[in-house]
Design a protein around this ligand. Sequence first.
Ligand SMILES: O=C(O)CCC(=O)C(=O)O
Ligand SMILES: [Fe+2]
Length: 278
Amino acid sequence: MTQKTASEAGPGPKPTLAAALEDVDAFGVGIFEGALEKGETDEVRRRLWAVADAKEAAGPTDFVPADADDKNIRLLSLINWDAFFIELSVRAEVMEAAAHVIGERMLLSNYSANIIGPGARSMVLHADQGYVAEPWPPMALAVNVGWMVDDFNEAAGATRYVPASHQASGSPDPDRDYETLPIEGPAGSMIIIDGRVWHTSGANTTMDRQRAAIFGYYTVPWIRQQVNWRDALDAGVASECSDEYLQLLGYSLGNRELFNLGAMKARAEKYRTEAAEN
Ligand SMILES: O=C(O)CCC(=O)C(=O)O
Ligand SMILES: [Fe+2]
């Protein structure tokens, strides 16, 4: 993979969500700097490491097959481990960012962290909606709204991406070489990645720095979630969640969204009218 530095092209951190969302439209990625205050960022980092320690003590760590080695710490289903992350996953600005990319109706597919350790290599270049049959429709079906828990810079393994790749209608060709840019920004930034964007974790070339990130992965409501929350979420945690949050996790009986299609409703109405006339 050919690599360019962030200063050569592409968006940088923006001081408002609105400006970051303009970058998402243009490049597929946006960075909202200062979305978390310094104290909040420190709290997120502290709580994240508490989960990492608890998970390590509980047994084998989570594993993502697309990673190149075992130098990343993956923490899947974060909301199960600390209710603090429940609030973080539905902050008003997070919901606004997710809805901007995939629309108001959505499910939370996963809520996870990736802590990249010294020496970790890049994972494979991919799009997070890569499981969708191609050609993709001209809209995003998934989005990551996440947090830079540590500073994102090239050396520490900032996520890399191909600018404007959200305009493609499929995944990158594994046999081709693409230029990628690091997504750089300070800790506490919100990071928004259109699900069609070609991206990868960066290699961490430092000897001693970790790069932690949280990724909230939201999809349109008719895509099956990465995590089956009804099975995975602790019953005690679920009992504390609002009805609205449980809807976001897909706890409704049946997927009501599948009955909600405009064309289907119009046809049903037509049949009803015809039946009434006969
Ligand atoms: O941690 C990163 O920088 C990217 C991770 C990623 O792309 C993924 O897990 O799908
Ligand atoms: Fe990804």
